[in-house]
Ligand binder design. Structure first.
Ligand SMILES: Nc1ncnc2c1ncn2[C@@H]1O[C@H](COP(=O)(O)OP(=O)(O)OP(=O)(O)O)[C@@H](O)[C@H]1O
Ligand SMILES: [Mg+2]
Length: 225
């Protein structure tokens, strides 16, 4: 399997006043195409920062990120966002759904930004919501959905542009364990269909299901198996 993601010496430094903080500190990492990787670690250890960098939402202060043979450092901001649109589905820790829009409209949104044709947007959004078991909730707004259903809308939205990598940041963080297990099953099914999967989680029983667990502590990768 090819490495689709390679991080070398990745450091992310935040400056607040005269204090500096290394949210990530010299991270080396390889993730292969088709892999299922769990990233675990305590709150504040740098998991979301790492996810942002892997997905191209953010750039490291130091070090290199090579994804799919592309050195992200060499990509302009526009090329980087193109790359992200085309290849990465990001499921945010806090869902980031638009409260005033229906489930269908939320899933259509990335296709709007990618300038897909309106008719195609609607068809694909329906298809994605059906794939996560929400075919009967197209017109519900986030406030009219349960936490697990909102999480599934966020996953459907991540699927809209047919990514080959999905990064899910605490996808079960707001759910009870039965609902959480359903979400994990859904993500694992996508992985079985060939999508590379990275799940960030506090929960050991979820991390254990991955092919590989990456533990992060104070911005450093401690154990990787
Ligand atoms: N924009 C920012 N400016 C300054 N510091 C930041 C910024 N974003 C994150 N941090 C700090 O970087 C560290 C890592 O944050 P990050 O969000 O990656 O943690 P996390 O492991 O995802 O935590 P959680 O499990 O609570 O989601 C934290 O100490 C946080 O306070
Ligand atoms: Mg986080």
């Amino acid at each position: 399997m090819a490495n689709i993601i390679e991080l070398a010496g990745v450091t992310k430094t935040y400056k607040l006043g005269d204090e500096t903080l290394n949210a990530l500190d010299g991270v080396n990492l390889k993730i292969q195409s088709g892999d299922f990787v769990a990233i675990t670690g305590p709150s504040g250890s740098g998991k979301s920062t790492l996810a942002n960098i892997i997905s191209g939402l953010d750039r490291p202060t130091k070090g290199s990120v090579v994804i799919d043979g592309r050195d992200l450092e060499r990509l302009s901001d526009r090329k980087l966002s193109d790359y992200r649109n085309r290849h990465v589905g990001y499921v945010f820790q806090s869902f980031n759904l638009q409260g005033t829009q229906t489930a269908l409209e939320n899933v259509m949104l990335p296709m709007y930004f990618a300038k897909a044709r309106p008719k195609e947007r609607k068809l694909r959004a329906k298809e994605c919501l059906e794939a996560v078991g929400l075919g009967d909730r197209l017109k519900h707004k986030p406030g009219q959905l349960s936490g697990g259903q909102r999480q599934r809308v966020a996953i459907a939205r991540a699927l809209a542009l047919k990514p080959d990598l999905i990064i899910a940041d605490e996808p079960t963080g707001n759910l009870d364990s039965a609902r959480g297990e359903e979400i994990i099953k859904l993500l694992k099914d996508l992985n079985r269909q060939g999508i590379t999967l990275i799940i960030i989680t506090h929960e050991l029983n979820i991390a254990r299901q991955a092919f590989k667990i990456i533990q992060i502590h104070d911005g450093k990768v401690r154990i990787s198996s």
